[in-house]
Design a protein around this ligand. Structure first.
Ligand code: DAH
Length: 335
């Protein structure tokens, strides 16, 4: 029996060690440990072994089974490792990699950042207000009468509850003065909405930057100095700037700002509205606050507002405003 077991062991171990793939290993397992395998058959033969020999023979058979099982496990590990190595063998580490493409900021965001940095250097803080506004914040408090065309349903998006999508960021002026005592010096970048037909120069949602400076004795000279500095920072020191009288309900006097640079073709471009805060706006604030800290006899201020898309189009010679919202990478990658 001992010899029989020894012979079976060396035969099995040799076969298992030479298995070259999963299939031949499985065949070897079945040959010895399967239902009709050689070791299984030997174990069944135990029935005929005399009682006193059983412990010895039983141990022989158990050892054989354990040795073969261990050899099968070893071989399986060896085959798996070989398969891994084979997979790596076809890997060419000298091939160029795939480069990450982190992207860049949108041209409007870049311009917004530049504008914000410039005003922050002049002491302006950033203010914020809701895109969904009340009529009072968007129009009434800004001295815009009920029959003003901007309040028309054709021009402004109204919600069923009477609120609206702000048609300009000037509403943030009102929000700031409602809650903050003077002096205030803020800019408010954000979206504005109008019921415009979308074309090469109009979007129904666009971006504005509003500014407000209210304190004692703020003058038109402060307004001109601030905005001339800003536009020369953006367009260059040699930029011509003109303040052309205009009308806005919330400022008096009011101006439109045109700028001209040789580098951009030497044509006047209309870029912003501005003016000295109308006393009627201060009175609306006083009434709402229930105090007189914005008494137009005590404080004065200037305000301005401009569209960032328009500014970007002029600065970067963008022919169609829709390019700024189409997300075409061929366009965006140029910035
Ligand atoms: N709100 C004006 C617009 O949307 C822009 C504007 C003009 C803002 C004059 C102002 C201002 O603060 O003083 O066209």
């Amino acid at each position: 029996m001992q010899q029989q077991v020894d012979a079976l062991r060396s035969e099995a171990l040799e076969l298992i060690a030479s298995a070259h793939d999963a299939a031949s290993l499985e065949a070897a397992r079945l040959k010895y440990l399967g239902k009709s395998g050689a070791i299984t058959a030997l174990s069944e033969g135990m029935r005929n072994v005399p009682k006193e020999e059983r412990p010895v023979i039983g141990k022989l058979l158990n050892d054989l089974r354990a040795a073969v099982t261990a050899a099968l496990e070893d071989s399986q590990k060896r085959l798996l490792e070989a398969a891994d190595l084979a997979a790596f063998a076809s890997l060419d580490l000298s091939l160029p990699g795939t480069f990450p493409s982190p992207g860049t900021l949108h041209p409007l965001t870049q311009l917004m950042d530049r504008a914000v940095r410039c005003f922050r250097r002049m002491g302006f803080a950033i203010a914020d207000g809701p895109d969904i506004e009340t009529e009072w914040h968007c129009f009434d408090a800004l001295n815009t009468p009920p029959d003003h065309p901007a309040r028309n349903e054709q021009d402004t998006f109204y919600l069923p509850d009477g609120r609206l999508l702000r048609s300009h960021t000037s509403s943030v002026q009102i929000r700031v003065m409602e809650t903050t005592p003077p002096p205030v010096r803020i800019i408010a970048p954000g979206s504005a909405y109008r019921r415009d037909e979308v074309d090469a120069t109009h979007l129904a949602q666009f971006t504005q930057m509003e500014g407000l400076y209210v304190a004692e004795k703020v003058s038109l000279a402060d307004l001109k100095g601030t905005l001339e500095f800003f536009f020369r920072e953006l367009f260059g020191a040699g930029t011509d700037i003109q303040f052309r009288p205009h009308f806005f309900p919330f400022t008096e006097p009011s101006y439109e700002i045109d700028i001209r640079t040789e580098a951009l073709g030497g044509e006047w471009m209309e870029l912003a509205g501005c003016g000295m805060v109308d006393p009627a706006v201060f009175e609306a604030i006083c009434e709402r606050r229930g105090d007189r800290i914005y008494d137009p006899e005590k404080v004065s201020g200037f305000a301005f507002g401009f569209g960032l898309e328009r500014l970007a189009m002029n600065l970067s010679r963008i022919p169609d405003i829709r390019m700024l919202v189409e997300n075409d990478l061929r366009f965006l990658k140029q910035f």
